[in-house]
Design a protein around this ligand. Structure first.
Ligand SMILES: [Zn+2]
Length: 156
């Protein structure tokens, strides 16, 4: 059995899932498939100007994984534009996450911060910096509790 790929957190789905060059008949058209997680990596870095560390954290993946995802995304978009291919955005291994949840290890306080706001620097209750991210899965078939995106108490 193949080892499952690590799930990535994504905040929203693309507004348009298909881009087609004008004037190319469908039968001659080649397609590039950009995964939703690649789309999100591109969005966080190139549109929202986040650094890779922040972006990787928001997606709940390591920085090397994020880097691979981002360079794959850029290459696919370039391929579509340069070679006149259609770009289809779908699939990938991801869960929807709308809020980032943090939990303080010092006082046990848990709070949520919406995406788009930077990672908090201290616990708002006790001021401790000893807190970690907890992400609940909100995708189809998601269970309650600790999702795959949390960086803290993951059990292996
Ligand atoms: Zn605290």
């Amino acid at each position: 059995m193949p080892r499952p790929k690590k799930v990535r957190c994504v905040r929203f789905l693309p507004k348009a899932g298909y881009f087609k060059p004008r004037g190319v008949p469908l039968m001659n058209l080649e397609e590039v498939v950009l995964n939703i997680d690649e789309f999100e990596a591109l969005n966080l870095t190139d549109l929202e100007d986040k650094n890779q560390e922040t972006a990787a954290d928001e997606m709940g993946i390591s920085r090397p994984t994020f880097q691979r995802t981002l360079s794959s995304a850029r290459k696919k978009v370039a391929e579509a534009i340069v070679l006149g291919k259609a770009l289809k955005i779908e699939g990938g291994n991801f869960v929807m996450a709308t809020m980032r949840k943090f939990e303080c290890a010092a006082c046990g306080h848990a709070w949520e911060v919406s995406f788009g706001i930077g990672r908090p620097s201290v616990c708002p209750v006790c001021g401790s910096t000893n807190f970690h991210r907890v992400v609940e899965q909100r995708g189809p078939g998601a269970g309650r509790g600790l999702g795959p995106c949390g960086k803290g108490k993951r059990s292996r």
